[in-house]
Design a protein around this ligand. Structure first.
Ligand code: E4P
Length: 215
């Protein structure tokens, strides 16, 4: 399973990269807007720090504009993946960009058939937003399960990125379901590592080590 960090914050990205488990990064316009660094400089630096794919979102709404914007973004670094929201104009753009070898992450996926259409158009990734579905009393992880089944039924190579993860349980369920990738906020990633019994155990071992007789 690949782990992406869902942030545009360089400090968090550098820290997680040091942990040795980071496979990529996803950003979106809201995350980028929180950083006080010029857009292109920020994206280039993220792409330098992270060896894997870095998703950066297009905000154009017409296919020809999305294609132009995506091609501009793709030039910023070799590991850029352009993020395109699912919609009819987006589908047209995904088809063109994918056939030209530009990797697309289709974002704002809230139904299994949106994911199916994105995969058919050639998207490299689809991002179902589980937390935002939970927010409106729909089970976000059900959507992940449905998309995985559909992709498996038809042998799509499109990878599923579980997005809008809010807590460790989303991550656990993603792994149990066999999702290709989880994109995780830094705070959730930190929580996953910690366990009170690990802390207690470490403390006890260190204390007992002090009692060991050594020649
Ligand atoms: C990542 O691709 C998404 O943009 C992100 O996970 C959305 O998360 P949110 O619903 O917490 O804003």
């Amino acid at each position: 399973m690949k782990i992406f960090l869902d942030t545009a914050n360089l400090q968090q990205i550098k820290e997680a990269a040091n942990w040795g488990i980071l496979d990529g990064v996803t950003t979106n316009p809201s995350l980028i807007s929180m950083e006080n660094i010029p857009f292109e400089d920020l994206v280039k630096e993220i792409c330098r720090v992270v060896a894997g794919p870095v998703s950066v979102e297009c905000v154009s709404t017409k296919a020809k504009d999305i294609i132009k914007e995506a091609k501009g973004l793709a030039k910023l670094a070799d590991n850029i993946v352009v993020k395109i929201p699912i919609c009819l104009e987006g589908l047209k753009a995904i088809k063109v960009l994918s056939s030209e070898g530009i990797h697309v992450n289709t974002t704002l996926i809230f139904s299994p058939l949106q994911a199916l259409l994105a995969a058919k158009a050639g998207a490299r990734y689809v991002s179902p937003f589980v937390g935002r579905l939970d927010d409106i009393s729909h089970d976000g992880m059900d959507l992940v399960d449905q998309i995985l089944t559909i992709f498996d039924n038809y042998g799509f190579e499109t990878e599923l990125i579980v997005a809008s993860i809010r807590h460790p349980l989303h991550f656990v369920e993603s792994a149990l379901m066999g999702a290709d990738i989880a994109t995780v906020p830094f705070g959730v990633l930190e929580k996953i590592i910690k366990h009170p019994l690990t802390d207690i155990g470490m403390e006890r071992f260190i204390k007992d080590w002090g009692k060991v007789k050594r020649g």
